[in-house]
Design a protein around this ligand. Structure first.
Ligand code: TRP
Ligand code: SF4
Length: 328
């Protein structure tokens, strides 16, 4: 047994991972692998809550996602990596938790209200969408997690998780710890258009992008909006390209760009090209591993099978306690 803190987190499989996902979550997960007992899963049921009309090939998305995870550095030796829909106990706990969760907790959930307002091309007036945080609570407490690493956008959901765990314990006896939110610092990098990097905005650089795609996307990036021509001095502090330089270029280049931009000695196109070259190099190992796993599908099957098995063992044990607590 380990005395490391157990953490649980999940990601919805909505397509290939981009640098926003990497710097906003995955990178943090990777670094927690040595210090925590980590359970990371693909939240494919959660993807259905908003994509139920056109779910696509979910098992294919799941594979793509695990391949991105492994290529970026999540390790099946260090972490338990699994698929939510393969562990049916999540659904059983979700059902039980739904009995004790007051609907006003869900109706006043800020993400619920936001999403309903934002995704107005979708009909989200479903029971499943309202119950999203209840399923999320089940995902977390079924592993008796002590912490949940997430971005600020998920903080309200973890708060609901804590409330549900507390209510369960109050009604049926102490089964679940109340998990802490472990806030991930959000990436400062933006998409090419300076909005949040997102697949639906078509402004993202993907971990598995080939070099020419990375270069093309980098060249499209909006820079310091005040800088109209090369002879105008620029301000790197407000430039998204400079944020990328800080992450991917050597220190000497970062300070040269910083100075040369302010004194109008470098043009944005050259600056972007320099950054893109470094980014292409930095992503090379991820790209290669991606290809390797695509060429070796059996390895992915094995990793998922053993992760699912580990997760199922823990989830089944918790469900025995839950049924006993409820005298079911
Ligand atoms: N709702 C999370 C998101 O959209 C995904 C998720 C589902 C999750 N279940 C979870 C995250 C449990 C942490 C823990 O990002
Ligand atoms: Fe941004 Fe570089 Fe252009 Fe300066 S020179 S505004 S840092 S892209």
């Amino acid at each position: 047994m380990t005395n490391k803190k157990r953490i649980v987190s999940g990601m919805r499989p909505t397509g290939p991972l981009h640098l926003g996902n990497y710097h906003g979550a995955l990178n943090n997960w990777i670094s927690m692998q040595d210090t925590h007992d980590c359970f990371f899963f693909i939240a494919d049921w959660h993807a259905l809550t908003s994509n139920y009309e056109d779910p696509g090939d979910i098992s294919d998305f799941n594979r793509q996602m695990i391949i991105d995870w492994l290529s970026a550095g999540l390790s099946p030796e260090k972490s338990t990596l699994f698929v939510q829909s393969h562990i049916k106990e999540h659904a059983e706990l979700f059902l039980i938790l739904s009995m004790i969760t007051p609907t006003p907790w869900l109706e006043r959930n800020p993400t619920y209200k936001d999403q309903i307002a934002q995704l107005n091309n979708k009909d989200l007036s479903t029971f499943g969408f309202l119950g999203y945080p209840v399923l999320q609570a089940a995902d977390i407490i079924i592993y008796k997690a002590q912490g949940v690493p997430v971005g600020i956008d998920q903080a309200a959901h973890i708060e609901i998780t804590r409330e549900i765990a507390r209510r369960f314990n109050y009604l049926y006896g102490n089964v679940f710890p109340e998990p802490e939110t472990i806030l991930t610092e959000m990436a400062k990098i933006l998409g090419t258009d300076r909005r949040k990097m997102s697949k639906s905005y078509h402004n993202a650089i993907y971990l598995s992008d080939p070099p020419d795609a990375i270069m093309a996307t980098a060249l499209k990036m909006v820079t310091d909006p005040q800088r109209a021509r090369k002879s105008d001095p620029g301000n790197p502090d407000v430039c998204n390209v400079f944020e990328f330089h800080k992450l991917y270029s050597p220190e000497t280049m970062v300070s040269a760009v910083n100075a040369d931009c302010r004194s109008a000695q470098i043009g944005c196109v050259d600056c972007k090209k320099m950054m893109a070259k470094n980014l292409i190099d930095a992503l090379a190992p991820i790209r290669e591993k991606n290809q390797y796993f695509i060429d070796h599908p059996k390895i992915i099957d094995e990793i998922l099978a053993s992760g699912d098995k580990m997760a199922a063992t823990v989830a089944q044990e918790t469900m025995r306690e839950v049924r006993a607590a409820l005298k079911l």
